[in-house]
Design a protein around this ligand. Structure first.
Ligand code: NAD
Length: 501
């Protein structure tokens, strides 16, 4: 398979002619060769997006017309025959999860933002107030050209979360997917144009973050930058956006605490802990990686976690029976192994995992797979409890009181998500309100509602995606104040200043 950059409504070669391979991480085989974007391509993509915003039809269409097109994109994604498989092969995610979560949620994202575009009034007329006589209208307008930069863990969903709100609000966009996983973002651009999106509204240019990402974040032609990725790169994006005072939307890393209270059903709680932590081999920003367990159930729950983790089935991501696939690359598995070595130094050997799995089906690359790994009795200040590992590794820490659980949960630079597993909803809600996290799940995890905001407290980010909060972040506000003088003779224009001078 050979694919190119998507600029101004068509696939185009990179100016340099360079190409790079993308691999199926489960087998290490190359699945596609892709044009590698460089600075000249950034310029071309930005010129296309700029032209589409400044002169094209998209920002000038009515919200209802834009909504109709978003729904057409959603329909095409939903009936796309190969999208789930393409995503599973490129990212190593299991086809089961991608078919029931990633693809339907990407489709739902376009539908949700179509609804918001249609139902959010473009103009609000403020009620008359004699302290500010006249007519005061607040308009919502698109921001302009947006840049979206996304990671490799959920490539299609992350692309949908950047593209749908930006274009629903009338902006144009240049999207830079991660080089490891560019295929479904390019496919999305093609689908959108076949559905009728005007050229230049959505441009997709895979290329190195240090070149393409930095150029987008710093360009004076970009009016807003939306970034999902690590906190370290998020800090860099803020720096690069600062000279041109661009608004930034940052969705960054996490080290989310999952609190298990002594009144929880242990079987259900054990399931919730594994689901929270090990989805996509732990490569989820909102994964529940710090498990805090009340002391009276600590030993029993830990034992259950080990037994249940051992029962998870590794396999080919394309096999619907696989619970877990590989990490996104061999390098990611090496990165996880390095953190496990740090953990061994800090707290001793893990109580399970800590190695590549045996007995994988023929043809799979064992070096890319890694066993669910559990470290017990971990001090919350240990590096493995504080640093984002982004793999199938959890720490388990005991606590005595609810106050202590809250203090431990909040003792991190991150604040993306958290969870409380409990049989007493009132107690769980009281704890949820005290947790410094953008999302808190009670007796659940990864339960997204596309109408609810998603984003982080503290160093997990700035701003929110999804819901009306996400939609509004792609709009800017304009106040049009009409002097009433022409209508009301009693109220002359610039009355105060006029008298003063
Ligand atoms: P990353 O920060 O290394 O890269 C993310 C994207 O930024 C990629 O497209 C990359 O090419 C680009 N990039 C890298 N360096 C850049 C630079 N100097 N300037 C501009 N762009 C640059 O992250 P990753 O390893 O791809 O993804 C994993 C990280 O993403 C984790 O920290 C995870 O928590 C985070 N994440 C967060 C969310 C969220 O919604 N909060 C969702 C998914 C992933």
């Amino acid at each position: 398979m050979r694919t190119r950059l998507f600029i101004d409504g068509q696939f185009q070669e990179a100016a340099s002619g360079e190409i790079f391979p993308t691999r199926d991480p489960a087998r290490l085989t190359e699945i596609a060769h892709i044009s590698r974007a460089g600075l000249e391509d950034v310029d071309r993509a930005l010129a296309a997006a700029r032209h589409a915003f400044d002169h094209g039809p998209w920002p000038r269409m009515s919200p209802a017309e834009r909504a109709e097109l978003l729904r057409a994109i959603a329909d095409r994604l939903e009936s796309h025959p190969d999208l789930a498989e393409l995503e599973a092969r490129d990212s190593g995610g299991t086809i089961r999860r991608i078919s029931v979560m990633d693809v339907p949620w990407a489709v739902g994202t376009f539908r949700a933002f179509a609804d918001l575009a249609e139902h959010t009034p473009e103009e609000v007329d403020l009620p008359f107030d004699e302290r500010a006589p006249g007519r005061h209208v607040v308009r919502r307008e698109p921001i302009g050209v947006c840049a979206g930069i996304i990671p490799w863990n959920f490539p299609l969903l992350m692309a949908a979360w950047k593209v749908a709100p930006a274009i629903a609000a009338g902006n144009t966009l240049v999207l830079k997917p991660a080089c490891m996983t560019p295929l479904t973002a390019l496919e999305l651009a093609d689908v959108a144009h076949r559905a009728g999106l005007p050229p230049g509204v959505l441009n997709v240019i895979p290329g190195p973050g240090e070149v393409v990402g930095e150029a987008l974040a710093s360009s004076p032609l970009v009016d807003k930058v939306a970034f999902t990725g690590s906190t370290a790169v998020g800090r860099r994006i803020m720096e690069l956006a600062s000279p041109t005072v661009k608004p930034v939307l940052l969705e960054l890393g996490g080290k989310s605490a999952n609190i298990v209270l002594d009144d929880a059903d242990l079987d259900v709680a054990a399931g919730a802990v594994l689901w929270a932590a090990f989805i996509h081999a732990g490569q989820a920003c909102e994964a529940g990686t710090r498990v805090l367990v009340q002391r009276s159930i600590f030993e029993e729950l830990t034992q259950l976690l080990v037994e249940r983790a051992a029962a998870l089935r590794f396999g080919d991501p394309l096999d619907p029976d696989s619970d877990l696939g590989p990490l996104a690359s061999r390098d990611r598995a090496k990165h996880v192994a390095a953190y496990v070595a740090i953990g061994v130094g800090e707290v001793g050997p893990p109580i399970c995992g800590g190695a590549h799995p045996d007995g994988l089906p023929e043809g799979l690359d064992r070096e890319a797979f890694y066993l669910p790994t559990i470290f017990k009795d971990v001090d919350n200040r240990a590096r493995i409890a504080q640093e984002e590992i982004f793999g199938p590794v959890i720490t388990v820490t005991a606590f005595d009181t609810d106050d202590e659980a809250v203090a431990l949960a909040n003792d991190t630079i991150y604040g993306l998500a958290a969870g409380v597993q409990s049989g007493d909803v009132g107690r769980a809600r009281a704890i949820a309100r005290r947790l410094q996290a953008g999302t808190v799940w009670i007796n659940d995890w990864h339960a997204f509602d596309l109408r609810a905001p998603f984003g982080g407290y503290k160093q997990s980010g700035i701003g929110r995606e999804l819901g009306r909060w996400g939609f509004e972040s792609y709009q800017q506000l304009k106040h049009i104040g009409e002097n009433p003088a022409l209508e009301q003779a009693s109220h002359p224009p610039l009355a105060v200043l006029g008298n003063a001078v």
